[in-house]
Each structure stands twice: as C-alpha cells, then as structure tokens.
Design a protein around this ligand. Structure first.
Ligand code: MSP
Length: 662
C-alpha cells in the first residue's frame, strides 16, 4: 500500500549549452531521493526539465544562425542532449517540462495575470544593473566590486518600462518562513538569505522585459515578455497541471521538495514563496540548496568553459560507479573539488575493494564449498560468536540510520552508514577465515554455512539500500546472491533472515572491476582533450581565407618580381631556431642558392629534399639568425579551425630548375 504522494524536483536547466557534471550531480542526487522514496513505498512524482527562454538563449541562437526554438530543440532533444544524458545516467524522472511547452506558456500567463489582478504587479520603469550570463537584475548595493555578486562578471546599465512584483509586501512572511520553519536547508543558508537580502530591504522585482522577445508574452500587454525567473519557477506547478488541462496532478502532489544549487537558493526561498503567497497557493515543503562541484577550486560553468563531461566518465567507468562517486564523496550541502583521481580512488576503495570484494569472495566460497546452495538451517547456528552478533546488529540497524540520513538530505551520510557495515563484513571474513573452516567440512561445515549466510544477508541489506544510488548494479548483485523479489524490499531491509537459506548463489561477472589509476588517467586526459578539441573546432570556421587585396598593383611592378622554379638539394633545421629551415637550392644558374624559410612548424627537412618548388629570386638578400637568405619560397596559406596552415607550392618534377614563372 502506498505511503502517500511525494513530489520532488530538480531545477530546470538552461539549454544554452551541453550540460556538465555539475548539472548531473544535482539530477543524480534528486534521482536518488526519488528512488529512495519509491523504495520506502511512496507514490513519487519526480520532475525535471529545461528553462528555455531568455536573452542568453536568444543571443546564442542568433550566433548559431538558427531560431531560438531550433537552438533549444537541438540541446534538449538532439544527439547527446539533455534527454540523452538523463537516459544515460538512468534518471527515473516521471515528467520532463520544457518552458516552451504550450501548456506551460498558458499557465504562466494565467499566473502572471492572477498576480496582476491581485494588485501585486504594477507598471514602472526599470533602472538598474543587469548580468547577461546570469539573466539577473541587481541593485547597486547588491553588486560585489561593481560586478555580478553571483558570477563576478561585469554588469550593464539597464533602463526600460517594466512590470514590477511587490516582493516587499511579502518580506515579513518570508522572513518568518525562513527563520521559523525548516523550509530552507541547510540551515546555514537561512542567515545568508535573511542578512543579505531581507534585512537590507527586499526591493520590488522587475518581472517583465521589453528589450528582447524570446519569452512568454504578457498577454494583456503585448511587447512585454515575462521575466525568465517568474516563467521558470512556475514550472514546478504548471507541470502538475496548475491552470492547464495537460495534467491533473496538482491537488495530489503539490506542495513538493525543490532541490537546487546554492546559487539559486535566493530565487527559490524568497521569490518563489512570494509568488505562491501572491496567487494564494501552498508553499513548497522544502528548498534544499546543495553545494557546487568545483574544478581546481572554481565553479564549473558552461560560460567559463571549464567543464567536465559526464558522457566521458560514464563511458569509461560505468554509470553506476559515476552516480555512486558523486553521492558518496561530496557532502551534499557543501562544495567539493572534483578530480579524476578522486573518482578512481573512490571506485577502487569502496566499490572494488570493499563492496566488490565481499560479493565476489562470498559468492565464490558458496560455489566452491557448497556447490552454490547453502544447506537448510544455515541461518541459525548453535556456536554463535560475538562477531556474528555484532555484524547482525549493525546490519539490522542500518536501515534506520540510513533513513535518518536520507530524510535529512544527506546521501553521503547514508552511504557512509552502508560502508561501515560493508567494512565490518569484510573484517568478519578475516575473523572467520572460511578457507580454514573448509579444511574440515565434517567438523566445521555447519559453522562455515552460517558465516556465509551472514555475509549474504549483510550484502542483501546493503544492496537494497544502495539501489537508489546504483540501480543496475544492485539488480545484478541480487541475482548473484540469490535475493528474491520479496527480499529486495524496504521492509525486508530491516528484517534479518529474510533471504531463503537455500536460495541459489551464482558467482557472476565482477560488478566493480579495479581501475588502473595511471592508465585510466592517461586515457581520460586523452579523451577529454579530444572532446575539448572537438568543441573548440565546432566553435570555429573550418576554413578561413584572407580577403583579396582591394589595391591594384601596376603590371610593370608585378613583372619586376622574378619567380623561378627551384629544386631542393639540401634542407636542414637552423640551429637555435624553432621556426627556420635552411634550403640549398638549384635555381638553374649553376650556383647554389641559399634561402631561409620560417616553415619548420609544417615541414620536416628530410621530406623536402628533391622537391620542385617556387621562389622569388630578386628580393634583396637578408640575414636571418646570422645566415644569408637570398629570396623567398612561395606557399599557400589559410586558417583551419583557427590555426594557420601552410603549403609550399610544389610543381611537377619534370619542370627544370630555373624555369621562369610568368
Ligand atoms: N534555469 C535556472 C534554474 C531555474 S529553476 C526554476 C538555472 N539553470 S542552470 O542550467 O544554470 O543550472 C542550475 C543548476 O545546475 C544549479 O542550481 C545546480 O543545481 C546545478 N549546477 C550547475 N553547475 C553546478 C556545479 N558546478 N556544481 C553543482 N551543481 C551545479 O540556474
């Protein structure tokens, strides 16, 4: 029987670029909470989506030469786009909202009108500062060193006719919500909100724009589009069917839990509740502001270009290992430094050494000593040891500790609890030395079967609780340890002995292979460099050619240039120069000609010997690196993906040295 309805959301992501590991972190965490709640028996609605309007998207689409809708369609639904990424990461969302969906657009117009009719929205003039990358308005007092307080980038002056929302009207109620309820977590974020935004005085919020058109039109005042945050925040209720006919889940599922990154806590804990107060709807149950994944100490961001590609990591290490790493390593409310080394270390320590070890050793021993099936009666043992009691006690108490952590949005703590038990179980193997017991099966067979049963039971309980984090691997694990459907449930995780004594055990594939650190890092770096190069190339023109000269050169001047066919007799690098090659050329005069040419970046000297080239031979000689250069070799130059390319002019070898070009 269902324990009730539960609604949980991620932020809706900007499809201004491909998503990175930071977005993946938030979505995987929300997915783990959603799966956990389903496991507990709730009827869960898990919503994610994309926030597709705004000036930034409009600008990016223009740059790409497509319409904004074509631009976002490609990033959301195109190959390697948002939908593909969530499929790859095994995200179990029940719904995906796009703010360009018709039903959302209609609902937002109605929400805006409701706020207007209530007298909470009025027309005024917007004068302030605007941060384009963040699509945020700021007052002078909010700026940090004159720049955007969120991303640190410069802001621009902005002034235009606009609608304003009376945010100030709700300041007291919001302060009360923040300070006197557990709506916002972690609690450390409460002070930040109250001190930085509410105490200095909440200013009314500009909620419409006229300077761009890629947004939801204010239907009663054409020319205005709804400010992107009012549009975006509404998704949490429009996707349930609020003020539209597309869905009918609002009554059943709202209010819900909003999981967001710390930089958008302000919008979710101040503006969003105020909007709901204005339209007189229930406030969210919770806003949890998680920390950032940092790279080299700084925030990963698409606009800074320092991002880690989740596709590469999932391909290399497996989706479950990546999901596990993200949740196990970084305390959910705080920032954490991402590194490939840390990822591999977590896989090796927790998954290969600890969890993998207990599964593979236990299943192998059940196979070796009992042909894959433990005998009846193995769940009980007359010679129980203190370490049996300790292990069983820890495993039985695990579900409660885990539940406490998950209910407090601390997935890292929940995993820590599981790994305490797994480590205890590994120690239990050593304490019992099953391979020693197996030497005398007549005397010790019963004890050995009990030890192995205890290990299988511990693994089963851990497997159930790990399922929200690693769904596919845990399903395989259950197959290996002989865990039936009824003993994969939440209830059975608290009942020691749920597993049938004689359920078959099969040693299957190694679920968590060890990673060779050095090799994996080298391969990853090569893959990441290749992807970065691909992205760099994609942003540059394939071929760029210098425009033709608009200035005429008179014929007589041109004729003075003496171009001759030359043959390369010798060619070598010039000492102490990275650029220069020294050529000894047959120019048909019978005397060798020496030319120095700055083309070492493109040619190896040995590849040019014997080639038939073109040189201009009546330039005045000049010294280069202390050596004479008499003339210049002629090449064709162009740019390829932003890089200069050079090709020497090479002629048919049948043409004799000295032949004049005219
Ligand atoms: N569109 C808005 C949100 C509107 S919600 C009504 C937005 N989108 S975003 O694409 O910039 O993504 C925001 C979320 O992605 C963050 O709140 C956070 O959850 C996640 N992250 C983006 N970069 C991240 C890290 N480097 N680390 C952790 N999470 C990160 O803001």
């Amino acid at each position: 029987m269902s324990k009730g309805n539960f609604f949980i959301t991620t932020p809706i992501y900007y499809p201004s670029d491909k998503l990175h590991i930071g977005h993946t972190y938030c979505t995987v965490a929300t997915d783990a909470f959603a799966r956990y709640k389903r496991l507990c028996g709730y009827n869960v609605m898990f919503l994610t989506g994309t926030d597709e309007h705004g000036q930034k998207i409009e600008d990016k689409a223009r740059e790409a030469g497509v319409t904004p809708k074509q631009f976002v369609d490609n990033i959301v639904a195109g190959e390697g786009g948002v939908l593909d990424l969530w499929k790859l990461m095994n995200i179990s969302n029940d719904r995906f909202v796009r703010t360009t969906d018709d039903y959302h657009v209609q609902s937002v117009q109605k929400i805006f009108k409701k706020m207007y009719d209530k007298g909470d929205i009025y027309k005024g003039k917007y004068v302030g500062k605007y941060c384009k990358p963040c699509e945020s308005f700021w007052t002078d007092s909010q700026l940090k060193d004159g720049c955007c307080p969120d991303c640190g980038r410069p802001v621009v002056d902005a002034e235009e006719e606009a609608y304003f929302f009376k945010l100030s009207k709700y300041a007291d109620r919001i302060q009360d919500l923040l300070e006197n309820t557990d709506f916002l977590e972690p609690r450390s974020r409460v002070n930040e909100m109250v001190n930085n935004f509410i105490k200095p005085g909440l200013e009314d919020l500009c909620v419409s724009r006229t300077s761009f058109s890629w947004g939801i039109p204010v239907d009663f005042d054409p020319g205005h589009v709804v400010y992107v945050w009012v549009d975006a925040l509404s998704n949490y209720i429009t996707a349930l069917g609020y003020e539209n006919d597309r869905y009918n889940d609002y009554e059943a599922f709202w209010p819900g839990v909003n999981i967001v990154g710390k930089e958008i806590v302000r919008f979710h804990s101040i503006i969003w509740p105020a909007m709901l107060m204005s339209i007189e709807e229930p406030l969210p149950k919770k806003c949890f502001g998680h920390g950032w994944l940092l790279l080299d100490g700084g925030k990963m961001s698409k606009s800074k270009g320092n991002v880690v590609d989740p596709y590469i990591l999932a391909e290399k290490f497996g989706v479950d290992a990546l999901r596990f790493f993200l949740m196990r390593t970084f305390p959910f409310g705080s920032d954490g430094n991402f590194s490939n080394e840390l990822l591999i270390q977590t896989i090796n320590t927790d998954l290969a050494n600890d969890l993998g070890n207990i599964v593979s050793r236990t299943t192998a021993m059940v196979g070796k000593y009992f042909g894959g099936t433990l005998p009846e009666g193995c769940a009980t043992c007359e010679t129980a040891q203190p370490f049996d009691t300790e292990l069983i006690g820890m495993a039985t108490a695990l579900r409660d500790n885990y539940e406490y952590a998950m209910e407090h949005f601390a997935p890292h703590k929940a995993l820590e609890e599981i790994f305490k038990v797994i480590q205890r179980a590994n120690k239990y193997i050593d304490e019992n030395a099953p391979w020693v017991l197996a030497k005398d099966m007549d005397a010790n067979g019963e004890r050995l079967a009990h030890v192995l049963y205890n290990l299988l039971e511990t693994t089963r309980i851990c497997g159930i609780l790990l399922t929200p984090f690693m769904p596919d691997s845990c399903a395989k694990l259950f197959e290996q340890i002989g865990s039936c459907d009824a003993c994969r449930t939440w209830d059975s995780a608290a009942v020691w002995g749920s597993r049938a004594e004689t359920a078959p055990v099969t040693k299957g594939e190694n679920l968590f292979p060890r990673v060779d650190v050095q090799k994996a890092i080298e391969e990853l770096e090569a893959l990441q460099a290749a992807k970065a190069e691909e992205a760099r190339r994609a942003s540059l023109p394939a071929v760029e050619i210098e425009p033709q000269s608009e200035e005429f050169v008179d014929f007589d001047t041109f004729c003075k240039s003496d171009f001759r066919v030359v043959k390369v007799k010798a060619c070598e690098n010039v000492k102490k120069s990275e650029k220069l090659l020294k050529f000894t050329l047959d120019d048909g005069t019978g005397t060798d000609r020496q030319i120095l040419s700055g083309i070492a970046k493109w040619y190896k000297p040995e590849d040019l010997i014997g080639k038939t080239l073109v040189a201009i031979v009546n330039l005045p000689p000049r010294k280069m690196m202390g050596q004479d250069s008499c003339g210049m070799l002629i090449s064709a130059v162009h740019n390829e993906y932003g890089e200069e390319k050079l090709n020497l002019l090479m002629l048919d070898d049948a043409i004799p040295a000295g032949a004049k070009l005219c």
